[in-house]
Design a binder for this molecule. Structure first.
Ligand SMILES: [Zn+2]
Length: 495
């Protein structure tokens, strides 16, 4: 394989309209609708008016970026793509993996580990090699693709990434790292095409992981006439603002609209933009308002499970807690720990909505709100709205399911609950319990940062799980309103 940093001589063999998919981190339906009403979102307005608007599309689970991006890229849930969350416990290495979140947590796990996991291992080791990414499948079919600021981007082309001096000087990574990506890979300071982006590389510009970088790269491809069959671009800026200010803060979405305007403006008219390109814009997860009172808002799992000892770096313990904001994995490291005793303890906290685990081939769910359990496993006499078949038993009200007398399962508070929960329960090795918080609450442990008075996601609940999808430039749409169905849809659009 050859390195492909210079694209001047690259010829794009395109027969169909190129597809650009833009993921706006934490884009929510309510924000778009409010901005449109106030006349503050001309780009979203234009695309919706001249295309389709699907306000409630189901994300992956846990509703954390890396898990969702992996679902988008592979068309599978976490049981197959094997990225369990932003933070998870890897049994064979007896350590907590984090792809980078709060400062305290990064120090506690070791800066070098976090950098290596987030930049290298995520794509090279952890993303299941037995599933194909959309980049890999397109190139197999002779088509090209691009990834701009996506953290997951595995493809069939060798890409040499430039490591920022600050990181290499600290000995965290070598100067250059060899990765496999799509033909066109832009990844902040690690790899860029547009000359404009040399001003985006500073640490205070998040090393290029910002909206302006992504838009500059995309405009460069458009102006150079180098748009491949498929481009996946991320606009990351809104997420951190909404975490801080809560989901009612619509300013970051208004700004996202301005960046999309820049893209549409790179054509002589916006009509021309949708004539020439299929535009898809969607969010990755919603955010739930976390209440202001710290003691009520935060479910401290160290405190709740204080009878046990906890895993820490260079120190073993009975339990390893992996927090993903409003969901958490509680990994039982020691074989002799009684699972039912922990579940009884967890059931005392009414802020928890769901407690789930598996035994043998069966998945179990209970809740502090119920004295019963519900069990389910794939393939049985019940079918859900997405044509998935299930064997189920017990109190299905725990997952708020509606089942008609034909055996058809409909979802309500927890969209596509069975497949998504099954995905997380089979996302990694070992014995573990999943806890999922009710709206307004968030899990923490000793090292987590929190979002009291702001916004958080991660849960199976519809507030975190439903995202808007805007499509312009084609009348087609995914088979179901789920992010897991986008990959196959795009493969069809580009064929
Ligand atoms: Zn977030």
């Amino acid at each position: 394989m050859e390195y492909t940093n210079d694209i001047t001589n690259t010829v794009m063999h395109e027969t169909k309209k190129p597809v650009i998919l833009i993921v706006v981190d934490s884009l929510m339906r309510q924000s778009i609708q409010k901005l449109i009403q106030e006349g503050k979102a001309p780009a979203f307005s234009f695309l919706i008016k001249n295309g389709q608007f699907l306000p409630e599309v189901i994300s992956s689970y846990p509703t954390m970026s890396v898990t969702i991006d992996s679902t988008l890229l592979t068309g599978t849930y976490a049981d197959q793509h094997k990225i369990p969350g932003l933070i998870w416990y890897k049994k064979d290495e007896n350590r907590i993996i984090s792809y980078g979140s709060g400062v305290s947590e990064i120090w506690s796990l070791g800066v070098k580990n976090v950098v290596l996991d987030g930049i290298v291992n995520l794509n090279k080791e952890h993303l299941n090699k037995n599933v194909q990414t959309i980049h890999e499948e397109l190139s197999k079919g002779g088509m090209q693709s691009a990834s701009i600021n996506g953290l997951l981007y595995r493809g069939n082309y060798r890409q040499l990434l430039n490591v920022p001096k600050l990181i290499s000087a600290m000995g965290l990574l070598p100067n250059k790292i060899d990765m496999n990506g799509p033909l066109l890979l832009s990844l902040g300071t690690f790899s860029h095409k547009s000359a404009k982006n040399k001003y985006q590389m500073f640490i205070w510009r998040k090393f290029g992981f910002n909206n302006q970088f992504s838009v500059n790269e995309l405009i460069f491809l458009i102006e150079q006439n180098k748009l491949p069959s498929f481009t996946l671009a991320y606009l990351p800026d809104a997420d951190s603002h909404i975490h801080k200010n809560g989901p009612e803060d619509i300013k970051p979405i208004e700004k996202a609209d301005q960046y999309i305007q820049q893209l549409l403006n790179s054509y002589s008219t916006w009509e021309e933009a949708i004539e020439k390109v299929v535009w898809i814009v969607h969010g990755d997860s919603g955010q739930t308002k976390v209440i202001k009172d710290k003691n009520t808002a935060l479910i401290d799992l160290n405190d709740l499970l204080k009878d046990y000892t906890f895993w820490e770096r260079n120190k073993s313990g009975e339990i390893a807690i992996a927090i993903n904001e409003r969901m958490a994995y509680i990994n039982l490291i020691k074989e002799n720990i009684d699972l039912s005793k922990i579940i009884e303890t967890l059931k005392k906290d009414m802020r928890i909505g769901i407690i789930a685990w598996k035994e043998g081939e069966t998945n179990y769910v209970t809740s502090p709100q119920s004295n019963n359990t519900f069990t389910f496993s794939p393939t049985g006499s019940y079918k859900d709205l997405y044509n998935q078949s299930w064997k189920i038993d017990g109190d299905h009200s725990i997952l708020n399911l509606k089942i008609d007398n034909q055996g058809l399962i409909e979802y309500n508070d927890y969209p596509d609950a069975l497949a998504r929960l099954h995905g997380a329960l089979y996302s990694h090795e070992g014995r573990f319990i999943i806890v999922d918080a009710k709206p307004q609450f968030e899990f923490i442990e000793k090292h987590s940062h929190n979002h009291v008075g702001g916004g958080a996601h991660g849960s199976l609940h519809k507030i975190d799980s439903l995202v808007p999808l805007i499509i312009a430039g084609t009348h087609e749409k995914p088979e179901y309103n789920r992010l897991i169905d986008i990959k196959n849809w795009i493969l069809k659009l580009t064929k």
